[in-house]
Design a protein around this ligand. Structure first.
Ligand SMILES: Nc1ncnc2c1ncn2[C@@H]1O[C@H](COP(=O)(O)OP(=O)(O)O)[C@@H](O)[C@H]1O
Ligand SMILES: [Mg+2]
Length: 364
């Protein structure tokens, strides 16, 4: 297998560092401290959670609920049910019947996936079970007090986008009610996560341990890359990869994945070849993005890419070089931050997507 997976979590062997974060999370779970874990996208939150799940003793049963793409309460209920029942069903034989009875109680059915036998909730047309129906499912977990269930709810900020039902309030109530369930809340949209956890008038105010996930330390990433190439990559190349990918997990993995597969095929491949290949294969996507962005925004993005990152967006130097008015820059940056085209880190503005930045650089 390619030792640089770019989708999901595979095994601790392919997982770089995060030792302290893993310890912190395991400790929070064991000591019943709910956690809210935030970071920019694609840095490794979901992978870290799955890694932590692998470290827990057998009496811990972990459930990963990814809310990405759910835009209604209905979607939430479906994901929640599917993931919890998938775990419950492994506990004992009688569980399937209990799950079927529970689902029938609100006119749904649970079918088993023909491939892996995992249960899936089927809701009949235009049916919208109340969120409270999930209480019954949670009670099935409580029937197994010898287990501790760890519920990781990924991209939790999605709940703020649902138009009906107070999902936050419901989850908060469950945290109090169910003693053998631990909660981890993850999210990439940090402003929205703040509206959930830092607002004194909201149910989650000051009840979770905040954790922020940063970049993998280069000093940890370097030996990891070296070893997984079996030593067949120079230190200079490693430094270059980390710099070109801004030490940003997904992009580093993506780069190494390609470099590894190309080199394995026999021919020597230079880093420049990999860069060209990556940009070429993403070009179509970036050109499509250009159509969605106004010419002014595009101009600003190119100016930012030319500088790599901007500390003071309305500094004389940047205003002059971008050829835009300071007010226009400020407004455009705001819009592009909201669209996640730009990101702000310690007061520095950057293009969010590393490969997009590198692509923009080729246009200058
Ligand atoms: N510590 C790590 N070591 C190696 N690869 C990682 C690590 N953390 C994440 N990855 C890889 O980077 C990709 C992005 O990580 P992910 O967990 O999906 O980020 P997030 O949840 O923060 O958006 C994953 O597909 C995974 O393959
Ligand atoms: Mg994730």
């Amino acid at each position: 297998m390619n030792p640089f997976p770019i989708v999901g979590y595979h095994d601790s062997e392919y997982f770089c560092d995060r030792e302290q974060e893993t310890k912190d999370l395991v400790s929070a779970i064991k000591n019943n401290r709910p956690v809210n874990l935030t970071s920019i996208r694609r840095i490794g939150k979901s992978a870290l959670i799955k890694h932590v799940f692998h470290q827990l003793p057998k009496t811990y049963r972990s459930i990963f609920i990814d809310l990405e793409g759910t835009d209604t309460k209905q979607g939430f209920i479906k994901k929640f049910t599917n993931e919890i029942s998938r775990q419950l069903i492994t506990l004992n034989k009688g569980m399937l019947k209990k799950l079927l009875d529970w689902a029938a109680g609100f006119g749904a059915s649970i079918s088993l996936d023909s491939l892996d036998g995992s249960p899936k909730l089927e809701l009949s047309h235009n049916q919208s079970p109340a969120i409270e129906t999930l209480d019954g499912l949670m009670r099935l977990m409580q029937e197994h007090p010898k287990y501790t269930f760890v519920l990781a709810i990924d991209e939790f900020q999605e709940v703020t986008k649902y138009d009906t039902a107070n999902v936050e309030g419901w989850v908060r109530a469950k945290m109090q009610e169910f003693q053998n369930v631990r909660f981890i809340f993850c999210g990439s949209e940090q402003t929205l996560m703040q509206t959930i956890f830092d607002n004194p008038s909201k149910p989650f105010y000051q009840i979770t341990q905040p954790m922020h996930l940063g970049y993998i330390e280069p000093e940890k990433y370097k030996p990891f890359i070296h070893d997984h190439f079996g030593g067949k990559v120079s230190q200079d190349d490693i430094l270059e990869i980390l710099a070109w990918c801004r030490n940003y997990t997904y992009y580093v993995q993506y780069f190494c994945n390609h470099l590894f597969s190309l080199r394995e095929s026999g021919e020597y491949t230079s880093l420049e070849q990999v860069k060209r290949l990556i940009l070429e294969s993403h070009k179509h996507h970036f050109l499509a993005q250009r159509k969605l962005i106004t010419p002014i925004h595009w101009k600003l993005l190119k100016a930012i890419a030319a500088h790599q990152e901007i500390k003071n967006i309305t500094s004389k130097n940047f205003v002059q070089r971008s050829g835009m008015a300071a007010t226009s820059i400020r407004r455009s940056v705001q819009v592009l931050l909201e669209k996640d085209v730009l990101m702000e880190e310690n007061g520095v503005i950057k293009i969010y997507n590393v490969f997009f930045q590198r692509y923009l650089e080729t246009l200058i």
